[in-house]
Design a protein around this ligand. Sequence first.
Ligand SMILES: NC(=O)c1ccc[n+]([C@@H]2O[C@H](COP(=O)([O-])OP(=O)(O)OC[C@H]3O[C@@H](n4cnc5c(N)ncnc54)[C@H](O)[C@@H]3O)[C@@H](O)[C@H]2O)c1
Length: 339
Amino acid sequence: MEHSQEATDRRDERFLVTGALGCIGAWTVRNLAAEGTHVVTFDQATDPRRIRQIATDEEFGRIVLEPGDITELASVERALDKHGITNIIHLAALQVPFCRADPPLGARVNVLGTVNIFEAVRRRPERIGKVVYTGSVGMFDAADADPGTNRLENDATAHPGNHYGVYKQANEGTARVYWAENGVSSIGLRPMTVYGPGRDQGMTSSPTKAIVAAVLGRRATIGFSGRTLFQYADDVARTLIVASRSELRGAHQFNLGGSLVDLRDFVAEIDARIPGAGDLLTIEGAPLPFPEEIAADALAAIGPVPVTPIADGIGRTIDLFTRLRDQGRLVPEQQGLTV
Ligand SMILES: NC(=O)c1ccc[n+]([C@@H]2O[C@H](COP(=O)([O-])OP(=O)(O)OC[C@H]3O[C@@H](n4cnc5c(N)ncnc54)[C@H](O)[C@@H]3O)[C@@H](O)[C@H]2O)c1
């Protein structure tokens, strides 16, 4: 009985995913399409290659591609109404190197773009229940970890060290005020280092690029050392979907769980599956300036969410890249590798 009610509710859902042509977005729309949920992408990019590399033709055929720019409120509103959207997962953003290269553009996309999403939802309370969006552990400094537990607690105060972190912190403030003043509910999830197919750009993308390089038998450098909390892109996507369906009201932000792994062990895992790959991969540079140990227990409030063990996540990534390579579809430049 309960199950069929859930099935009916899901048939009524119409998701819009901003930034859906990026890494996490591609997994999100793939998963929604795979379960038969109506899903629309909203992205200013036009090449759906990250979706194509993980979706079957049938899944891809069910996804509606809507070009649009989140810095234009009218463009967001048009898409919401044209497709009768009921659920929003907001991922469109510029990552660290891009915000650093052009801070005004970074603020337009990351801050104004997020305000636009909240504003568009505020104007449609009868149809859209909440905003689900990605924050980032990147808004914290390593020193924001609790001195007693050495972990980044869910309610830690952020002291961002770069523009990207400042914008992410601003978005959590936007979410808080839209709840306090306008009753717009939201759930922000804070990933750390996402890896897996599609992770071909951004400051922490080099571990995934190292997997691509290993599959192609090429050399690559991972640009940071030490330990980081890895999250498999598919897990992040599934967690966003769980969040969107959760009954939580209010403005919530949650650290995400994952696998705390030393880069040397990450490379050793690749080498165990592709013998000799370890000799092609170099780890260089300082550890990331963010907390390593991250408390994710509060996330249980949205319900059970998947955490793929690192060995399985690396294994699946290698399998998918190997399949693409064998089909002649693993193009180094498209995977963020320089020639
Ligand atoms: N990848 C990570 O490790 C990580 C970690 C923490 C937080 N996050 C956050 O998760 C979200 C998704 O990350 P990702 O790795 O999938 O990023 P990505 O760079 O792969 O994708 C971002 C997408 O946003 C789109 N976009 C940029 N400007 C736009 C605009 N003006 N209008 C519409 N679309 C626009 C891009 O075309 C791209 O497809 C981002 O908010 C990011 O900050 C990612």
